[in-house]
Structures are given as C-alpha cells and as structure tokens.
Write a protein that binds this ligand. Structure first.
Ligand code: AMP
Length: 298
C-alpha cells in the first residue's frame, strides 16, 4: 500500500489509474479504524480494481472543539489494518492543504438539516458536505462507500451527489456492532470499561423501541419508554430519540404514516457523544429498501 499525502500526488495517481481503465473505490474515514471501516474497505476491494482509503479528521464538521482535539488518531495501527484488507492507497492530506483559505461556502440541505444530527450539531453537515465534495474531486471514485451507522449523513451525501451531479455510485453497508450490540465507533476508544458496558444499552433501547412499534404501540409512548429505559442507566444522557421515515429522515408521529422507519438516537456516555440507529419495517419483513448492501434489497 502506498501512502499519499499531497493533493497533487493523489490527483496525478488517479488520473493515471483512470487512463489505464481502472475502477476506483473510495472509503472516506477519519481513522482509528475498526471493523465497521474494514467492512467498507473489503467491499471496495471486491467491487473495484483499486481501493483508496482517506483518513482525514475534518475540522469543519466538528461543532465541539474538544471532540476535535480528543478524536483518536492512530495512524500506525491504521496502516497495518489497511494492509491486511488489501487497500491500495492511503490518502492522508494535511489540514493546511485541504483548507488553504478559509471557505465561506455553506451547504444547506433543507429539511434534512432541521432534524436529529442537523438540529443538534449546527454546521456539521455543511462541513461533511465540504470535505466529501473535496475528496470526490481529488479522488474521482467510481464508487464511494459509507456506513448506515451515520444514516443521516448517507441521506445528506445522496442529496449532495444528486445536486452536484457527481458521477459515482454511493454504496452503503449496515452497522457493524460489538458482541454487546454497541455500534463500533472510533470514539468508543475514549470510553472506560464501565461506560462501554453502559453504552451497550443504547442498542437495547433501539431493540425495545422496535419491539414496541411492532406490537402497535403509539410513537409517543415508545419515545417515552426509551427515555425511561435510558434514564435508568447511569452515565447515559439521552440527547434525542426519534422515530423517522427511513427515506426522508423526518420524524413521524404515527408509525403508520410510512412502513419503513429509522429509529435514531444520540446520547452522551460519560464524556463521549455516540449515535446509533436501527432500520425496521412495520411489515416485519426486516429489510428496508434503502439500497444498503447486505440487507437483501436493492
Ligand atoms: P468515520 O471514520 O467515523 O468518519 O467513519 C467512516 C465511514 O465508516 C462512515 O461512512 C461511517 O458511517 C462508517 N462507519 C463507522 N462506524 C461504522 C460501523 N460501526 N458500521 C458500519 N459503518 C461504519
């Protein structure tokens, strides 16, 4: 695997690869890699001639300076993991080169930005859209890989790709979890053992909500039950729990407004803010037609 730091070098490499007819898969990450990332990298390696992983802790998407400062940076381990999944290139640009001049450009995603992560992290999705657009321009991938773990981000990037006519295919894979059910996340490394055990209750809360919705409980009662359940867990402070339409990401009051739901939450566990979600279908088909690979429905 070749490590490339300069934007001009990745542009030159990509041009050479494209001229020789190679297909390119891009897996954008912020590093501190885990199985959730590796799943995306393996998929890319299978589906493309060349796989490029980017690692860039993007300052413009952090609305909390401590979160940016304390975000885990583990490049030596990351390189070893990338070599093991046959990644071809690791692209690790400098912040100074990516953001040579401070950009005034702001993205706005309408209704998607008024709910959940959009509402709770002002400016976050504009920062995400900025860096993802830059990476798409630098790397010009045929396919780009993202995780369902950040489901609202996938909706944002889908809108970005459509609106700016990026010529690429978005590929999404399901959330990879620890044995406890805790969604894998780079931020989990900042949890103590006790916090990590408590964080597993976030997944249990999503399971509880799903069961209750399948039993026909009204959304308002399910939300109250999730709040009650997590309130009991020491060191877990729920920020939001929403029952949303899986396509529009808009919260629903009546689960029967739509068949396909995304149950989404954010919570602080000790010092760390975590998000998680679960897709469900009220018909109990258990698959949701979001184009997420591995869920059985295209
Ligand atoms: P990050 O490094 O956290 O920015 O994540 C990079 C990509 O990996 C994003 O598309 C995430 O949605 C995806 N990802 C992160 N954690 C997981 C996970 N547990 N399962 C599946 N995909 C994930």
């Amino acid at each position: 695997m070749q490590v490339i730091e300069q934007v001009s070098a990745i542009r030159a490499k990509v041009q050479e690869l494209r001229c020789s007819g190679k297909t390119i898969g891009l897996v954008p990450t912020m590093g501190a890699l885990h199985e959730g990332h590796l799943q995306l990298l393996r998929a890319s390696a299978q589906q493309n001639d060349i796989t490029i992983c980017s690692i860039f802790v993007n300052p413009t998407q952090f609305n909390n300076p401590d979160d940016y400062k304390l975000y885990p940076r583990t490049q030596v381990q990351d390189v070893a993991l990338l070599q093991a999944v046959a990644c071809d290139y690791l692209f690790v640009p400098d912040v100074e080169e990516v953001y040579q001049q401070q950009t005034q450009l702001k993205f706005s995603f309408g209704a998607l930005e008024t709910v959940m992560e959009g509402a709770h992290r002002p400016g976050h999705f504009s920062g995400v859209a900025t860096i993802v657009s830059k990476l798409f321009h630098y790397v010009q991938p045929h396919r780009a890989y993202f995780g369902q773990k950040d489901i609202q981000q996938v909706a944002i990037i889908r809108q970005l790709v459509d609106a700016l006519s990026f010529d690429l295919e978005l590929v999404c894979y399901p959330t990879v979890r620890e044995a406890s059910g805790l969604a894998m996340s780079s931020r989990n490394t900042r949890l103590s053992q006790e916090e990590r055990e408590q964080a597993a209750h976030l997944y249990k809360a999503l399971q509880l909500a799903k069961e209750q919705l399948l039993q026909g409980q009204p959304v308002v009662l399910v939300k109250a039950e999730v709040q009650r359940y997590l309130h009991e867990i020491k060191q877990v402070a729920l920020e939001y729990f929403e029952v949303a339409d899986a396509y529009t990401m808009q919260p629903v009051q009546d689960a029967h407004e739509t068949q396909e739901l995304a149950l989404c939450l954010a919570a602080n566990v000790g010092p760390v803010r975590l998000i998680d979600n679960m897709l469900m279908n009220l018909n109990e088909r258990n698959t949701v037609t979001l184009g997420i690979a591995g869920t059985g429905v295209a």
